[in-house]
Each structure stands twice: as structure tokens, then as C-alpha cells.
Design a protein around this ligand. Structure first.
Ligand SMILES: *Cc1c(COP(=O)(O)O)cnc(C)c1O
Length: 427
């Protein structure tokens, strides 16, 4: 069959019921899976046979949903995690440990920045943060002999800067390391980073993929394209025997298409246990079914609201790559030709105090530490998600003190605009 379109994959991929089986992905709410003999179970523990035995490692509901996201991203394997944070952590920690180094864009989610700059630093992983629009010299100078990966976000939350994925992939590959891209805001409907050279894709499924603010979750997808064996000295965890599994070498047993996700599952999920519940995976799957329809509407609403705000006398500045005046408009046309996301950011004239007053007067948009769901919501990043950062770090992450992040939901655009106007009118 010809390659299927994303709309079809969102409905059909990952789960094909056989005659008489449930049409909808079943919720297999079971911790364990029994076997007839101890030997049959032993083979699973040695990774010689595949099968379910304990839901911390793998669960059928989660695997169906992961397979759907892998198909959407064009990857060879995927795993669900308990959250987007766990996905970012596992994606990096699977190939970098104490004494290793990562090059990361500065324009990333605040929680990811904290994970890298504080928590993983304490684990002995060093990070060099670079402006995603830095010069070629700065980009090359960021790499070290012990660099293991490059990390960036397709559309940065909340800076809304669009990553030049091809450029970052090229730099990563020239240095023999993979590019990891957090594709949360674009979703695989609007951008598939693997097509532009990314090797690993991560998601917070908590955002548009769930889309209803119902379940925290994450996902890691492997493209299967990065040749770990060509740089075996950098990736001993994938290319040399794992004694905790009787000497399995992941790239040999599972191939380039399966090694990364298998290792992350049987080592990191085994030891850290950030697994997704089957109930949450079911909700994520419901979100995926309608994702193409929803993301289109999110983008249409954001475009209308952005165009309205751009003309409004009380708005100091606005950022949305769908606007022709936006510095990322041209890049978005290349990487996000069908639309970007439903999140816009802007400053209200009068700075921090005006921003707070405006937000307090909104009636439809709630103030919430959340984005990318059906309900419109807004946030003041400098006072919440990014409050641990210094002014210099804020500036590097593209967050100004007066920034309001507005996540345009699925309501009627005219209603949302009327709400924004009455709130601005009162400032
Ligand atoms: C929210 C978010 C995360 C973290 O995801 P959680 O599911 O909240 O743990 C990571 N990356 C981006 C871009 C996000 O927006």
C-alpha cells in the first residue's frame, strides 16, 4: 500500500484488531502477565523472547499507542513515558552519563532547561547551551570530544522560536552524534523532524496529542537512522555487552531500528520506572484520533487572534510565526508549511503590571500552567514556569518579563477576540 497520510495513521496505526477483538485499543490494566513455565519467563528476562511480563517495562495498551506515534513521526520504534520530562531525561540519559557532554539550544521548555542545567548536571552530565540562531563558528565551538548528542525544540516553548532542524542535524552528524528534537508544539501533523535529519524525537503528549488536559504523558521515537556502530567508542552502552542482561549487545540483537528504544526500556524504565499508565495511554490515543482536525483549528484560531492583536494599540509586541512580520515566518514556511501551533506570545503596554491586570480580567481564557489543550489559557512565564531563571537566562531563553503566553483553544475565535478586547479595554 502507498504510504498513508497522517489523518489515516492517527486513526488506524498501532493497533489492528483481529476478527472478534475490540475495535478500540483495549485498556490492559494489569501489572503482570503470567506464563506456563519458569523457562518461558526466563527467556523474557534474558531478552531472548519478546512478550509482556510486568507493566513497568511494557504494557500492550502503551505499546499500541507508542507504535501509532512512531508511525506518525516516521520512526522505527517508540516508547511511552509517564511525562514529557521523563521522555527528555531518558532520551538524553540513554546515551550520555557522568563525564559526558550535550549541546542544547537555549530556546527550550523551562522544565527541560532545569532538568539539564541543574539535575542532570548534578549527575555529572555537562551541557553547553547555545542560541539556536548562533553563528556557524559558535555552533561548531560548542562540541567537545565527549559530546554525545544535540538537543533542540521544533517550536520552542514559550519563546516560539523555530529551530533550523537541517542545520542542527548537519552539525550533529558532522560530529558523529545524533540530534534529539522535542516536537511537542508542532506535533507530527505539522512537522516530522526525522524527515529533516533529526534522529530521536521526543514529545510531551500532555499537550496537543492528548489535547484535552486529561493525562500527563511523554513519548520517545527513534528514527533508526543514526548508526551507533559507526561511532561505537562514543556509545558503549549500545555497542558493547550489557552484563545486566547476560551480555546482550543492543545494536546486534535489536538492530539500528530497535536498539535505542529497547535499551531505554529495559534499562531506564526498569531502573527509574517512569512508565505511563494504560488508562492514560488510552486517553492519549483518543487525543491522537482527532489530532489532525484539532491542530488545524488551533492554528486557525491562533492566526486570527495574532492578526487582531498585532493591530491593537495596547499591545507592545507579538510573536507568532504565522505572522509575516515574525522573524521566524520564513523558517516556519519551510518546516511548518501547514501551520505551526496554537500558542502565541505578546507583551501588553505597561509591562509586568499591565500583563497581570490583563490576565486577571479575561473571562474565557483561564490562567493555567498549561498549554495546547482545547480550552484557551494564558500564563506569565517570568512569574511562573521560568521564575527560577536570572534575567540573563530569561533573555537567553527568549522570555521577557512582560511576556504573556496565550494558548488558543478550540473555542470560537470571535468569542476569544471579544474576551481579549474587553480585558485589554480595562487595562
Ligand atoms: C510541557 C512540555 C514538556 C514537559 O512535559 P510534561 O508532560 O509536562 O512533563 C517538555 N517539552 C515541552 C516543549 C513542553 O511543552
Amino acid at each position: 500500500m502507498k504510504e498513508l497520510h497522517p489523518e489515516t495513521l492517527c486513526i488506524q496505526a498501532g493497533y489492528s484488531p483481529k476478527s472478534g477483538q475490540p475495535r478500540q485499543v483495549p485498556i490492559i490494566q494489569s501489572t503482570t502477565f503470567p506464563y506456563d513455565t519458569a523457562d518461558a519467563m526466563g527467556a523474557l528476562f534474558d531478552l531472548e523472547a519478546s512478550g509482556y511480563f510486568y507493566s513497568r517495562l511494557q504494557n500492550p495498551t502503551c505499546d499500541h499507542v507508542a507504535a501509532k506515534i512512531a508511525a506518525l513521526e516516521g520512526g522505527t520504534a517508540a516508547m511511552l513515558t509517564s511525562s514529557g520530562q521523563a521522555a527528555s531525561f531518558y532520551a538524553v540519559f540513554n546515551i550520555a552519563g557522568c563525564g559526558d557532554h550535550i549541546v542544547s539550544s537555549t530556546a527550550i521548555y523551562g522544565g527541560t532547561y532545569n532538568l539539564f542545567a541543574v539535575t542532570m548536571k548534578r549527575m555529572g552530565v555537562e551541557f553547553t547551551f547555545i542560541d539556536p540562531d548562533c553563528s556557524e563558528e559558535e555552533l561548531r565551538a560548542a562540541f567537545r570530544p565527549n559530546t554525545k548528542a544535540v538537543f533542540g525544540e521544533t517550536i520552542a516553548n514559550p519563546a516560539l522560536r523555530v529551530l533550523d532542524i537541517e542545520r542542527f542535524a548537519k552539525a550533529a552528524h558532522e560530529h558523529g552524534v545524533p540530534l534529539i528534537v522535542d516536537n511537542t508544539f508542532a506535533t507530527p501533523i505539522n512537522c516530522r523532524p526525522i524527515e529533516w535529519g533529526a534522529d530521536i524525537v521526543t514529545h510531551s503528549t500532555t499537550k496537543y496529542i492528548d489535547g484535552h488536559g486529561a493525562a500527563i504523558g511523554g513519548c520517545i521515537v527513534d528514527s533508526g537512522k543514526f548508526d551507533w556502530t559507526a561511532h561505537a567508542e562514543k556509545y558503549p552502552g549500545l555497542c558493547t555487552p550489557d552484563e545486566s542482561y547476560h551480555g546482550v549487545t543492543y545494536v546486534e540483537r535489536f538492530g539500528l531500528g530497535g536498539a535505542f528504544i529497547t535499551k531505554a526500556t529495559v534499562q531506564l524504565m526498569r531502573d527509574f520506572g517512569s512508565c505511563q499508565s494504560p488508562q492514560s495511554a488510552f486517553l492519549v490515543n483518543l487525543g491522537l484520533e482527532s489530532l489532525p482536525v484539532r491542530i488545524k483549528r488551533h492554528c486557525e484560531n491562533a492566526q486570527q487572534i495574532a492578526e487582531h492583536l498585532q493591530k491593537h494599540e495596547k499591545i507592545a509586541w507579538i510573536r507568532y510565526c504565522g505572522l509575516e512580520s515574525d522573524p521566524y515566518h520564513a523558517r516556519a514556511k519551510k518546516y511548518l508549511p501547514n501551520g505551526s501551533c496554537g500558542v502565541i506570545s505578546f507583551g501588553v503596554k505597561g509591562g509586568r503590571a499591565a500583563a497581570a491586570a490583563f490576565m486577571g480580567r479575561l473571562k474565557l481564557a483561564s490562567i493555567a500552567t498549561h498549554v495546547a489543550d482545547a480550552r484557551t489559557c494564558c500564563l506569565h512565564p517570568a512569574g511562573t514556569t521560568h521564575r527560577q531563571m536570572s534575567d540573563a537566562e530569561l533573555a537567553a531563553a527568549g522570555v521577557s518579563p512582560d511576556m504573556i503566553r496565550l494558548s488558543c483553544g478550540l473555542e470560537n475565535a470571535a468569542d476569544l477576540i471579544a474576551d481579549i478586547d474587553q480585558a485589554l479595554g480595562a487595562v
